[in-house]
Ligand binder design. Structure first.
Ligand SMILES: Nc1ncnc2c1ncn2[C@@H]1O[C@H](COP(=O)(O)OP(=O)(O)OP(=O)(O)O)[C@@H](O)[C@H]1O
Length: 270
């Protein structure tokens, strides 16, 4: 078993943490058949930060997000938003999953897909319209509002899923491998959209990704998960200059150094 000490960042202690994972343990099932997926995770996400989670397949990244989203209870430990324990879906959080084809309603137009989750907010008609207009504009899909998801490319559908989350105006956006199923150019565009969202809306963003380059490009910090059951191997402070640019940022020697650090953590034997 890997016994390297966990390196955590001191930002956790500044009092700015919006999202805290505090000694989270998660097991599926009970009794003799219980399976511990997450052993002990502790990290935090500060207000307005982009944090990426990376780790090998099956390590428990989606499980972590489901716990944070209040969809699964923790077996032990706590998750908090602004110091409040998460015990159900937090109203200030929105989720974007990879499988957009299943998350969009095929019988509804793009605009109606955005409106659907807002219904329970009982917004005035003008407010509803403004939110949808702004979200569609942010993802560059104003022209497609009357189309149906099945009339759009994969990348456009994923942008609809992101717009739907934006229209909700969450303070915290959680995304699970959101750009995994699109071509390289669309992926770069969506990564830049993610950074633009943070800049324009001041959102706190947590992203699970398999792509180490993407994690380093997007994140202020990268949380590297390892071992089975999962624990935090290291929290890497990325520290690359902003604004970031797909060509300039990825050409920096510091970019190569950070990706090597993350990759070597993931590749090392358990
Ligand atoms: N509802 C569930 N009941 C029982 N076991 C589950 C459940 N959901 C996930 N698991 C198990 O938990 C482990 C972690 O799964 P999870 O999907 O969280 O990993 P992951 O890191 O997101 O994987 P990937 O990178 O391949 O998407 C897997 O062994 C999976 O089979």
């Amino acid at each position: 078993m890997d016994t390297t000490p966990v390196k955590t960042t001191t930002r956790h202690d500044t009092g700015r943490a919006r999202l805290e994972v505090d000694h989270l343990r998660k097991a599926y099932g009970t009794g003799a058949t219980a399976k511990t997926v997450i052993e002990d995770l502790t990290f935090s996400v500060d207000a307005g930060e982009v944090v990426c989670i990376v780790g090998p397949s099956g390590i428990g990244k989606t499980t972590l997000l489901k716990c944070l989203a209040g969809l699964h209870p923790a077996t032990s430990g706590q998750m908090r938003i602004d110091g409040r324990t998460i015990i159900g879906p937090p109203p200030e959080m929105a989720l974007v999953f990879q499988d957009y084809s299943r998350s969009l309603m095929p019988w509804l137009t793009v605009r109606k897909n955005l409106v659907l989750p807002l219904r329970h907010l009982h917004l005035a008609r003008t407010e509803l319209k403004d939110r949808c207009d702004q979200a569609l504009e942010a993802v560059g899909l104003s022209h497609a509002e009357d189309q149906y998801p099945w009339q759009l490319s994969g990348g456009m559908q994923q942008r609809v899923a992101i717009a739907r989350a934006l229209a909700y105006r969450p303070e915290i956006l959680i995304m699970d491998e959101p750009f995994a199923s699109v071509d390289a150019q669309t992926r770069f565009d969506l990564e830049d959209l993610c950074l633009k969202i943070r800049q324009d809306f001041g959102m706190t963003i947590l992203v699970v990704t398999h792509d180490i380059d993407e994690a380093v490009y997007l994140a202020d910090r990268v949380v590297v998960l390892g071992s089975k059951p999962a624990r935090v191997l290291r929290v890497v402070d990325v520290g690359l200059p902003s604004p970031r640019d797909q060509i300039t940022t990825r050409s920096l020697p510091e970019f190569a150094a950070q990706r090597t650090e993350v990759l070597s953590l993931i590749k090392r034997p358990a």
